[in-house]
Design a protein around this ligand. Structure first.
Ligand SMILES: *[C@@H]1O[C@H](CO)[C@@H](O)[C@H](O)[C@H]1NC(C)=O
Ligand SMILES: *[C@@H]1O[C@H](CO)[C@@H](O)[C@H](O)[C@H]1NC(C)=O
Ligand SMILES: CC(=O)N[C@H]1CO[C@H](CO)[C@@H](O)[C@@H]1O
Length: 290
């Protein structure tokens, strides 16, 4: 009898604890639509959190205005980027990026949650996620499944824009998270870091950077749910390709976007250090032939 009562009290406590602690990130890096919906109900949401919708270019703001997650702010993932002979999107200038984010009411103390409206929600969002880490913030979260999953769960959308007071965002460039062409050439020689190619397997099989392993971007999502595959499955995929998460990893793809999604997955699985080769195959294939 006593043990039954104790069990009941314990269960009640758990229930109360669960309702108080609405902040339920699946992981520091990943949040589900359901948990984000709960998070939005917090009184301190505006003070401590910012939710960001992102896309490639200023035009994405039109879709955003037609209906977005409540309280979200639109951020252009290509802000202060341009194309060059070797790259589709250059890395922004730290001061310019910081000023841009600050002007939108995002500070470097806010906990940031990013989403986009691509098929799996991991296109522009993982690019911006990478840029934010490259400029100093290591705990930015992505909405699993993006806007598609949010809509599939029938959570509310709004056309109302939220504006926030200007804030200070100090972006500090972290060179350890970026690899340049010359460094990649060095890595091929020394084998000190592990290159991981995010392009599809047939493309990789045709040609790739010497020594690179392959984890195709297209295989990291569950086609049925539209969400990222479970950590267990992802880990199996990564380990079966011979990737050692304790070594320094360098991801690349065609133009540097899918490489950010792969970096996200590797970080989610606990990789120690994952850098991105921004020039990717686009630059490597041109310069290695010179
Ligand atoms: C990025 O910002 C810097 C500093 O403000 C500026 O000099 C540069 O022209 C900008 N680049 C692009 C592509 O907008
Ligand atoms: C990659 O980014 C760095 C830092 O902005 C830049 O110096 C380098 O030129 C970029 N690579 C390419 C291929 O543009
Ligand atoms: C350097 C930086 O911007 N850090 C911030 C990253 O986000 C966390 C919250 O998740 C903040 O506490 C940090 O200040």
């Amino acid at each position: 009898m006593l043990s039954k009562i104790l069990t009941l009290i314990f269960a009640l406590n758990l229930l109360i604890f669960e309702t108080i602690c609405v902040e339920k990130f699946d992981d520091d890096l990943l949040i589900s639509s359901n948990n984000l919906n709960d998070l939005l109900k917090r009184d301190d949401f505006d003070k401590n959190y910012r939710i960001i919708e992102t896309n490639f270019g200023p035009d994405g703001e039109k879709d955003f205005k037609d209906g977005h997650i409540p309280r979200a702010i639109y951020v252009d993932a290509t802000f202060n980027s341009t194309s060059t002979q070797y790259i589709k999107y250059t890395i922004p200038n730290a001061k310019a990026l910081g000023d841009y984010l600050g002007s939108l009411g995002i500070s470097d103390h806010h906990r940031l949650i990013i989403y986009d409206r691509s098929d799996y929600g991991f296109s522009a969002s993982s690019r911006l996620w990478y840029l934010l880490e490259l400029f100093g913030n290591e705990t930015v979260t992505i909405l699993n499944g993006g806007l598609n999953d949010w809509k599939a769960n029938q959570f509310s959308l709004t056309t109302e824009s939220s504006t926030y007071r200007e804030q200070l965002y100090e972006a500090i460039f972290q060179p350890k998270l970026l690899r340049l062409y010359e460094e990649v050439v060095e890595v091929i020689k020394t084998g000190e870091e592990v290159l991981v190619d995010a392009r599809d397997r047939p493309v990789y099989d045709q040609d790739h950077i010497p020594t690179a392993l392959n984890v195709p971007y297209s295989e990291i999502f569950d086609q049925k749910t539209g969400l990222l595959k479970s950590k267990e499955i992802l880990l199996e995929m990564v380990l079966s390709q011979g990737i050692d998460l304790k070594r320094t990893l360098v991801t690349y793809c065609q133009t540097g976007v899918r490489a950010s999604s792969l970096k996200f997955v590797l970080n989610l699985l606990g990789a120690r250090l994952v850098a991105v080769y921004n020039g990717s195959w686009f630059e490597y294939s041109q310069r290695s032939k010179l």
